[in-house]
Structure formats: structure tokens, C-alpha cells
Design a binder for this molecule. Structure first.
Ligand SMILES: Nc1ncnc2c1ncn2[C@@H]1O[C@H](COP(=O)(O)OP(=O)(O)OP(=O)(O)O)[C@@H](O)[C@H]1O
Length: 308
């Protein structure tokens, strides 16, 4: 049985301007024990999918099962198996950290779990804040409490929606160390993130979502292999020759062009020379997930454009 099974999930939002289809027949199975990444540009539908999984939003079509429990027909059972760390900072300002965690435990009918609460506080660097009032905490500390709250009932499946957006390096490291440990102990993890480096380091498999559709579903290792293996990177102020510009990603003065092999790099350099471009700070590096992501998103844009 899959940990999470999305079966032809669609979602249409009704807006004053008309209907908007945010998810189009998304089917995806996440297996027990996986560290799964859900990636996609802004507006791709990631949060919508997570909200349907969490029972916060209703799918317009299809269904979602959590270890076999339907999130609509069997909400309480499905919800108990999930630990959801939301994107937004929502908390009760009148509780202390420990009270907030006890309250959340009560919500799931879990009692006498102070040992686990202490372990959570310790692992997330919150031990000295246990009795602090929630409103006295910094944004980063509040985010740690949200993580602890999501895990207080020891859910088998942990869902993290952009947990490190705007979070400092120290918290990111603490968080990932802890989540990776839980994953090793058998917890399934579903992560959405904009930080592709994180996905590359942590996820064993990823789905890429674009405009409500899955455009790629693949083990991370295969995804990285499928990319052009190298990237030629340089700086220039000159206009690029058309043949190079077509393949290039340009950020200010920095130009990055995927290249299959050394011969391809030579061809690119020759094209630049012929075009009168003198590249500065030339580097050849291994392609990473960001290169793959941009490539797949561009391909999907071409296909969707062609289909329209
Ligand atoms: N309540 C709503 N009413 C109408 N449209 C909505 C609503 N919520 C989301 N949308 C639209 O649905 C699409 C998907 O949004 P969603 O928040 O799921 O994307 P996302 O992939 O999580 O994006 P981000 O990375 O920016 O968080 C977007 O175009 C968004 O504007």
C-alpha cells in the first residue's frame, strides 16, 4: 500500500473572472519510507495539492488516500497519519511552547507524551524556550514550533510545504538533520521547496508540477543523469550569437549554457569567438537540479504551447 496515493486529482477554483483549473488529473503514488520532492514554479499547484491531502480543501475530482484511508470519506483517520508543516505561520499567541504542543497532542487524542515533546524541543533547538510564550518568539523560533506541532503525534507521514522559505541557515540545517533522521527511522516525507539544492540533497524521487500537471516524475539520480552533464558558465556584457542565446540561461552578466561534452564546450566557445564575444571568468561545472528543472520547464512550455 502506498503512503500517499493521489488518483486523478483535479481542482477548479471558482473566481469572479471564471473557473480556474489549478490541478489537472494529477496521479502520483508516494511509497512508504520515501523522501519525496514536489517541485514546481510559483502557481504550479503544489500548495493546492497539499491542501487537498490535508483535508483543508476539497478536490473537484479524483481522490487521495493516506495509507489506504480516503481523506474525504475518512478524514480523521487520514489526518492522524499526517504531520503537516504549513507554509504560513499560524499559532495561538497566548500559549507557551509546551502548552501549544500539549494542546496539539490533545487534538489527536495523544496523552502522556512529554518524553516525545522533550525530544522534539531538544532536536529542534527549542529546549530553552519550552515555557516562553509564543508571541515572545522570533519568526524562526515560531517556525520550529510549527514543525514540532506537526510531529507531536508521531505521524508516519511528514508533509513539509516550503518549510525553509525565509529561514536562516542554522534552522535549515537543524530541521534537515532531524527530518532526515526521522526518514531513516521509516517516516515517509513529502516536501515542497523552491530550494532545488535542498531537494537534490534530500529527495530520492521528485515530481515536477507545472500549471497543474505533472511534467516529470523520476528518481533523483535519473533526473540528474538525464541532464546535459556539463554547464559552460561565463560572464559577458556583449549580445550572444543566436545559436548560443537559444540554449543559454542569462542572469545579469552571468551566462550558463548546457553542454553535452568537451566537444560541445569547444563548439560553444568557437561560436562565441565568431560572434565577437570574449567570455570572462569561464568555468565548466557539473549540471545540477536547477539546470534540469529549467530544461524540463522549458520543454513543458513548448509542449503545452504546441497543444494549445
Ligand atoms: N483560493 C483560490 N482561488 C482562486 N485561485 C487560486 C486559489 N488558490 C490558489 N489559486 C490559484 O491556483 C494556482 C495554484 O496555486 P498554488 O498556491 O497551489 O501554487 P504553488 O505551486 O503552491 O505556488 P507557490 O510556489 O507560489 O506557493 C495559482 O494560479 C493560484 O493563483
Amino acid at each position: 500500500m502506498s503512503a500517499v496515493s493521489f488518483q486523478s486529482v483535479s481542482k477548479t477554483y471558482r473566481t469572479p473572472k471564471g473557473d480556474f483549473q489549478a490541478l489537472k488529473q494529477v496521479s502520483l503514488d508516494i511509497e512508504e519510507g520515501e523522501f519525496f520532492g514536489l517541485l514546481g514554479p510559483n502557481g504550479a499547484g503544489k500548495t493546492t495539492l497539499i491542501s487537498i491531502l490535508a483535508g483543508l480543501s476539497q478536490a473537484s475530482g479524483g481522490r487521495v488516500l493516506v495509507q489506504g484511508s480516503d481523506v474525504q470519506a475518512n478524514f480523521a483517520e487520514a489526518r492522524r497519519k499526517l504531520g503537516i508543516v504549513p507554509q504560513e505561520l499560524v499559532f495561538d499567541p497566548f500559549f507557551s511552547v509546551r502548552e501549544a504542543l500539549r494542546f496539539q497532542s490533545g487534538y489527536f487524542g495523544v496523552r502522556h507524551n512529554d518524553a516525545w515533546i522533550d525530544e522534539l524541543l531538544d532536536s529542534l533547538g527549542l529546549a530553552d524556550k519550552a515555557n516562553a510564550n509564543m508571541r515572545q518568539l522570533s519568526g524562526g523560533m515560531k517556525r520550529r514550533v510549527l514543525v514540532a506541532q506537526a510531529l507531536v503525534h508521531k505521524p508516519p507521514i511528514i508533509v513539509l510545504d516550503e518549510p525553509t522559505a525565509g529561514v536562516d541557515v542554522e534552522l535549515r540545517q537543524t530541521l534537515w538533520h532531524f527530518i532526515a533522521k526521522l526518514n531513516k527511522q521509516g517516516h515517509t516525507v513529502l516536501l515542497t521547496t523552491h530550494y532545488l539544492e535542498e531537494a537534490e540533497a534530500l529527495c530520492s524521487r521528485v515530481a515536477m508540477l507545472k500549471q497543474g500537471r505533472i511534467v516529470k516524475l523520476s528518481p533523483m539520480s535519473e533526473l540528474l543523469k538525464s541532464a546535459s552533464s556539463n554547464v559552460l558558465q561565463f560572464k559577458t556584457d556583449s549580445a550572444l550569437p543566436a545559436g548560443v542565446a537559444q540554449r543559454a540561461r542569462v542572469t545579469g552578466r552571468i551566462v550558463q549554457v548546457p553542454a553535452a561534452d568537451a566537444a560541445d564546450v569547444e563548439k560553444l566557445l568557437a561560436a562565441l569567438r565568431e560572434g565577437g564575444v570574449t567570455p570572462e571568468d569561464v568555468e565548466i561545472r557539473r549540471a545540477d537540479l536547477e539546470d534540469v528543472f529549467i530544461h524540463i520547464m522549458n520543454e513543458a512550455a513548448v509542449k503545452q504551447g504546441g497543444a494549445a
